[in-house]
Write a protein that binds this ligand. Structure first.
Ligand code: ADP
Length: 378
């Protein structure tokens, strides 16, 4: 019995109610015992003065004894009735309180078995704002939030494994095919063959590096080293790192930043990473003879940085998708350029960690595109 009490909140609640009822009965009996004789005497004295000296109690009349047994009977009946009522209420209340806990225990067991869609039922009233909920309802809401997050993480993990397998399949089958050709003597062992193999190995290596970075960024497993920074300085430093590649390809690169830009609280090296990706993409998707312009401006309570190119552009339906993991508008073209479709996803995560937003605009295919991000200034 003791061990059942120890392991059951419902039983504990029930027993605590019973204890309260017992204490109530004991206190009531003592109080009655102490107060009845004096109250009786007072009332009798009052009655005698009202009825006058002629009124005497007859022999054998034990009014006090009768009164006392009447009160005790009433008390006993009252205590019995209230115990039954309170006992029933205790059962109902403790069942109601324990039910959500039992539900959560069952749901967590099912989640542990891999059934991530499991949720705890919330009654309509519990859906209100957290201030209106009791502790159990708040616990249920947190539980469901945790289950949501677990389900999403599991979905992402499954998707990531599928994507990675898909991304590795192409370079691996190229390498394998070339190796078989070399072994069978069908493919000549020339510099060109080895260079092709090296390119594929290189692509896989870059993919693995990008993936490592992506998993770190997606899990939020990196610290932002925030400091007040001048965005113009970050822009110029990023452009310097890419200027020789622009010259080589024959794409003009220009920058325009006003002098009075406010300082922003950012992790400079992370924002530089975002810029390198945007300006690098602009170069990759802009043919020779085109131009890329990087600008910054204060707009409302945001600092907006734009990278506008005269390149191949992005179709309207792809404008949002380009920020999704592994999404490439033209797979063969991007792959040939070494693109894994991860750069913009990482950029989006970094900008959002800064409380900002990132988006793409384009007039359509061949119309050039503008990739922008905004960081709050306050
Ligand atoms: P990738 O490494 O393939 O460039 P990103 O995540 O950086 O990956 O970009 C995703 C896709 O978005 C690219 O494959 C490309 O199709 C499109 N894209 C990115 N930047 C540009 C741009 N400046 N002009 C046109 N398309 C772009």
């Amino acid at each position: 019995m003791l061990s059942r009490v120890q392991t059951s909140i419902g039983l504990k609640l029930f027993l605590s109610y019973i204890l309260v009822i017992l204490i109530g009965i004991v206190v009531l009996s003592f109080a009655a015992e102490l107060t009845i004789p004096r109250a009786f005497d007072r009332h009798m004295a009052g009655m005698s003065s009202l009825m006058g000296p002629g009124m005497q109690m007859g022999p054998g009349m034990n009014m006090f004894g009768d009164f006392r047994s009447a009160v005790n009977e009433a008390l006993l009946l009252g205590a019995l009735a209230s115990s039954v009522g309170a006992g029933l209420a205790a059962v109902l209340v403790s069942r109601r309180m324990v039910k959500p806990i039992e539900q959560m225990t069952e749901a967590s067991q099912r989640i542990a078995e891999g059934k991530y869609a499991e949720r705890v039922e919330l009654s309509g009233r519990d859906m209100e704002s957290p201030e209106d909920m009791d502790e159990l309802a708040r616990l249920a809401v947190s539980f469901n939030r945790m289950a949501d997050k677990l389900e999403r993480t599991e979905e992402m993990r499954r998707q990531l494994i599928g994507d990675v397998a898909h991304e590795l399949r192409t370079p691996l089958s190229t390498v394998k095919g070339s190796m078989e050709g070399l072994i069978d003597g069908v493919l000549p062992a020339t510099q060109e063959t080895f260079r092709k193999l090296h390119r594929e190995a290189d692509r896989m290596q870059r993919l693995v590096q990008d993936l490592q970075e992506l998993s770190r960024v997606e899990a939020g497993a990196y610290e932002l080293d925030m400091a007040s920074a001048d965005i113009s300085v970050i822009i110029r430093s990023s452009l310097e790192r890419l200027s020789s590649q622009y010259r080589e390809k024959g794409v003009a690169l220009s920058v325009s930043t006003p002098d009075n830009l406010p300082l922003v609280e950012v992790d400079g090296s992370r924002i530089e990473q975002v810029l390198l990706n945007l300006v690098g993409n602009a170069l990759q998707y802009t043919p020779a003879g085109g131009s890329v312009r990087v600008s910054a401006a204060e707009e409302g309570d945001e600092l907006v940085v734009r990278v506008a190119d005269t390149g191949i552009g992005v179709r309207r339906e792809d404008l949002n998708r380009v920020f999704s993991r592994f999404y490439r508008v033209d797979k063969s073209r991007s792959r040939a350029g070494g693109g894994s479709g991860i750069g913009l996803t990482i950029a989006k995560h970094i900008v959002e960690r800064h409380g900002g937003r990132i988006w793409a605009e384009s007039g359509g295919s061949g119309e050039g595109s503008t990739f922008s991000f905004a960081i709050p200034t306050s």
